[in-house]
Design a binder for this molecule. Structure first.
Ligand SMILES: [Zn+2]
Length: 635
């Protein structure tokens, strides 16, 4: 401590000397460990990364009646939106998303030439491939009176006759229709008579304490950001169709046969899969449908979800089983033979993610085989047919999205790394378990690092924080690099136990809420007890690269060996130092990131008196060190 008088004296001397601060050659803080520039904590979000005492979020409950006409591929819908204003603000208007307008010929998307999201074997085309779609809003009414509404491409502002007061709630109705595209910007669509329906009804935008209305339009790369609430959805469709959806089926007696209901009641108590519709029954209306003609209305209800999707097809096979009381279901067309294993993959995914991170909170987890290359909605995912490894990967990845962002509701229009990346990180651990003992399973956790060289190209690579619509290589920036980031934080910085505990704390604390990056960074520090600002700066906000080097190995004047290391890149990381002694003994020394506190050169004093033959940094090649030629030194 410095006595305050001395400080005052020193300060006055500075001013008496008359020099400006610049003239005295001040140093700015360029330390890699300087505090990350984050938004201030507030009564809504604490400095420890938790919802504050005045945290609020809006609630939206939907009642939707929809008719799907397979002869015209058209959906007509009427929805009643119950909106609860939990904010401290009066709202003069509301914003809604009209995501189907991504397919409008006059929309922004039709004029763009966006790079597709290319995965190793498949590509997501964020266009509608020229399909002249878009939603027609027929009416917006409150208490039978029209509400003024303005459509701006994929968003709509609904003006209120008077502002909605803090704490007040309201109900209004929207009527609309659209024609189902075959490729709905890679997230929904149809293949023949199989429909995968999502981003389909006018949805309330999120109003939050960080940005007010989050009314960024749907352009393609940013998926969706929606409020939590309940759904009561009725879908009317010709009777030959089997329908599955977000939520629990409310009227099985109307839409399923007695035999199907009996099989389902067994499946919910069975760890072993049960065929609800077997191969020889699929597409046979007499065996699978309670009535032979006309329409049926399927009614589903869900709570604590941020969206609602459904799928319908006339010839689907249907397998079901349960894990810990959760109904797990797969629906697939007869030709998708590899999908017979999908139910086992589904059970393992839901069990693994539940046991490892946070228990799956919904009554069912269902996946549908179809044209969409892989997409997730609450309780329901769309997955294509693929090779065994790819099928497990995509199926498990889409189920992983039930955790990020369905349970932990981060903003996908801005931060895909918080859902795609976190999920990809979890998926690798899950896939290693499913394929344990195979070459694929035992090496899958190396994949993210193996992708580094081909994707982290200096001058081209973009920081994770880049908005998804501006990202050129979403495969790397939103999926693989953030997965590598968490893998290294877990295995090399915090250690698995400390990381897993903190990551679980993040999930539990922000379940059914809306965290932003600062909340995540803060709670990871708060729970793990380690300041990680340096780590997030390098990995999220920059494209910093790592180059650790061994520069000198010599006899220490106090005995033992002097090992001089240098951090030559702009990224800091801890290190593992492998020392090989002359007698062949090996010692591995973990060195903490704090070794760089005093600058980029660090001298380690190895006190062992044994003669050293060689030293090597990162012997397991776990870090993305861009120059390995300087990682070792022999004596
Ligand atoms: Zn994904």
């Amino acid at each position: 401590m410095i006595p305050s008088k001395v400080v005052l004296l020193a300060a006055s001397v500075t001013y008496l000397a008359g020099g400006s601060l610049e003239a005295q050659n001040p140093r700015s803080d360029s330390s890699p460990f300087r505090a990350l520039d984050m938004r201030a904590a507030s009564v809504y979000r604490t400095a420890s990364g938790r919802p504050g005492h005045a945290y609020w979020q809006q609630r939206v409950d939907y009642t939707i009646e929809a008719q799907l006409d397979p002869t015209t591929h058209r959906i007509n819908g009427t929805e009643v939106v119950h909106y609860v204003n939990n904010s401290p603000d009066a709202l003069p208007y509301l914003w809604m998303h009209l995501d189907q307008n991504i397919c409008s010929p006059t929309g922004v998307n039709a004029k763009l030439d966006q790079p597709p999201l290319v995965f190793l074997g498949s590509a997501f085309d964020f266009s509608c491939q020229g399909f002249p779609g878009g939603v027609t809003v027929e009416a917006v009414e409150m208490a039978d009176r029209p509400l003024t509404h303005s459509v701006f491409g994929a968003t709509m502002r609904v003006d209120l006759p008077q502002p909605l007061a803090p704490g007040a709630e309201m109900e209004f109705e929207v009527q609309w229709h659209f024609t189902i595209p075959t490729n709905g910007a890679a997230r929904m669509g149809r293949d023949g008579s199989l429909y995968e329906i999502a981003q389909w009804y006018p949805r309330m935008a999120v109003y939050d304490d960080l940005r007010g209305w989050n009314n960024e339009p749907y352009i393609g790369a940013g998926e969706f950001y929606l409020e939590y609430g309940s759904f009561d959805v009725s879908i009317t469709i010709p009777s030959e169709f089997i329908v599955t959806a977000t939520g629990t089926l409310q009227n099985p007696g109307d839409v399923l046969t007695d035999r199907q209901r009996e099989r389902l009641s067994r499946a919910i108590r069975s760890a072993a899969p049960i065929e609800i519709i077997a191969l020889e029954e699929a597409g046979d209306v007499d065996q699978t449908r309670p009535v032979g003609s006309g329409n049926l209305t399927w009614r589903f209800a869900a709570d604590s979800v941020r969206d609602f999707a459904f799928a319908a097809g006339p010839d689907l096979r249907w397998d079901a089983a349960s894990w810990d009381g959760i109904l797990i279901q797969t629906f697939y067309r007869p030709e998708a033979i590899r999908w017979e294993e999908a139910i086992d993959m589904s059970i393992q995914s839901i069990r693994h993610f539940s046991e490892k991170w946070y228990r799956y909170p919904y009554p069912h987890a269902t996946t549908v085989e179809g044209p969409v290359e892989g997409m997730e909605y609450p309780m329901l995912t769309f997955v294509p047919d693929a090779s065994r490894e790819d099928l497990q990967w995509v199926l498990s990845h889409e189920f992983g999205h039930e955790w990020f962002p369905m349970i932990v509701g981060s903003n996908e229009r801005f931060y895909p790394w918080m859902d795609e990346g976190f999920n990809t990180f979890m998926d690798r651990i899950g896939a290693a378990e499913y394929f344990e003992g195979t070459v694929y399973g035992d090496t899958i956790e190396n994949h993210a690092l193996n992708l580094y060289e081909a994707n982290a190209i200096p001058g081209q690579e973009q920081p994770l924080i880049t908005r998804p619509v501006e990202v050129e290589n979403l495969f790397w920036t939103a999926y693989q690099k953030p997965a590598l980031m968490l893998q290294l934080l877990r295995n090399r910085v915090l250690g698995p136990e400390r990381f897993d505990d903190a990551f679980r704390e993040y999930i539990k604390t922000w379940a059914f809420k809306h965290p932003d990056p600062a909340d995540f960074f803060r709670i990871m520090r708060d729970r793990s007890g380690m300041d990680l600002d340096w780590f997030w700066r390098d990995w999220v906000y920059t494209t910093a690269r790592l180059d650790q080097a061994v520069v000198e190995v010599s006899t220490h004047p106090d005995g033992g060996t002097r090992i001089v290391l240098e951090n030559r890149g702009d990224m800091v990381m801890p290190a593992e130092l492998k020392v090989t002694f002359s007698n062949g003994n090996i010692q591995t020394i973990p060195l903490p990131v704090e070794m760089w506190n005093q600058g980029p050169v660090f001298t380690y004093h190895l006190t062992s008196l044994q003669a050293v033959r060689s030293v090597e940094l990162d012997p397991d090649q776990a870090l993305p060190d861009i120059d390995r030629t300087n990682n070792s030194k022999d004596i």
